[in-house]
Design a protein around this ligand. Sequence first.
Ligand code: NAP
Ligand code: MG
Length: 502
Amino acid sequence: MAKPALPDYNFQQATLDFLSKGPKQLFINNEWVAAQSGQTFETRNPATGEVLAEVSLAGEADVDAAVAAAAAAFPGWRDTIAAERGALLFKLADLIDQHADALAELETLDNGKPIRVARRGDLPYVTKHLRYQAGWADKIEGSTVPVTFPNQFVYTRREPLGVVGAIIPWNFPLLMAIWKLGPALAAGNTIILKPAEQTPLTALYLADLIVEAGFPPGVVNILTGPGLPTGAAMAAHHGIAKLAFTGSTAVGAKIMEAAATSNLKPVSLELGGKSPNVIFADADLNAAVRGAQWAVFSTAGQECVAGTRLFVERAVYDQVLDGLKQNVEKMVVDHGFAEKVHVGPLITDEQLSRVMSYIDEGKQGGAEIITGGERLGNGHANGNFLTPAVFSYEDDSLKMVQEEIFGPVAAVTAFDDWDELIERANATMYGLAAGVWTKDVARAHHYAHAIQAGTVWINGYGMIDPAAPFGGYKMSGFGREMGKEAINLYTQVKTVWVNTSD
Ligand code: NAP
Ligand code: MG
């Protein structure tokens, strides 16, 4: 393949070296191997449409090979002193810090997000999460159990499951990889990671750091390829003991089905969202409008927690809508390496068309477009750029209001009273996150309790922390990542009975 065309930017030498190193192979047993499938695919820069790298496509035989490697590595890794497992994860975090600039550049090239965000957002989060989970490695404890029988000493152990399969999306490629790798490895599992086909680069870069950190062969394996066949082969594999998935609700359902009809592997699903964000008239309106703006438009709206449905108390509706319009019109849409950029491109042209179809449906269905929703031309026509769109709407049955768009589209509506608000806010199939802006402490807590969502932000939006459990209600999935809950996801409980009578 010819050298990839890169934007005009002062790239790290490590980034250039990585990109110039030929077609990317599969990472199995700490080695780079050619795919047995013989197939490859291309990953592109969403800002320009240009090919960045040719990448191996893992087929069923490749999944078999990775499972064999991970299964062979499991007993040794499980029995490694827990503190030593943690130490390797800390070492990996240090190496990621050392390579943070190159990793951020690759993330922006592959995913499109502003480089400032990749560098100051994604990368620091990656190492924070990894270090937090590394710290759990030697703190996974069982308990002693006071049973009803005499002369029985009963205790529990939290044991790893075996080979974990992890399938992740493209919106936070390295962060999603670490969310899975961190707790799975800390708990003593081995892992096969499949990054999204749109954004495989940072996971592949990570593989070299895994070797350098000193992880034994087979503990981490990275398979690139699309959902079909790679992801599906993992979900259905009898040698995979647990499947951790982040992605859409539709694919999550397929993963569950494949798990059910193969070996009943437990699954954890972090799925989509259509999160309500509420502004009451008594809120600090400047903060609320800014918060609402970033709640939906960061990462060009391609966030599972995006606060896409904004409910505003009617007394301040016009004021909030006007403030939002003014703020949003100042947002700069450009490629991720531009000097000043707030909103990068969407991930693919298919995604752009999908988002446009929701915008058309909104317009035709009677929602009023307040600003944005247009493609960029003029030097941006080959990229997937869309100006942030704000709609004012009344009809909750619009698809634009019910379905996850995963693009820069805000749907703003007025509400009059509490019961109406809670009913409407809860009336989607999703339940990932929610926000509320008010100075009334009691009301804020009532909202937090009434809303069906795994995370609620009061007078803020979008904060995620390694210590704070995260996951969905309803069709946004189940299982909680982060915090101690993440360790529970990657372990199973064994109860041991010891007869102590003579
Ligand atoms: P997606 O289409 O569901 O894909 C997610 C992953 O599943 C990708 O690696 C994909 O592979 C793979 N996949 C697709 N079909 C598969 C199948 N039949 N069997 C096994 N694996 C399969 O989602 P996406 O478009 O990449 O990401 C956007 C979605 O992720 C949104 O719904 C968003 O809300 C959700 N998300 C949720 C969270 C959360 O924590 N709750 C976080 C981020 C994103 P390929 O893409 O490589 O083909
Ligand atoms: Mg790409």
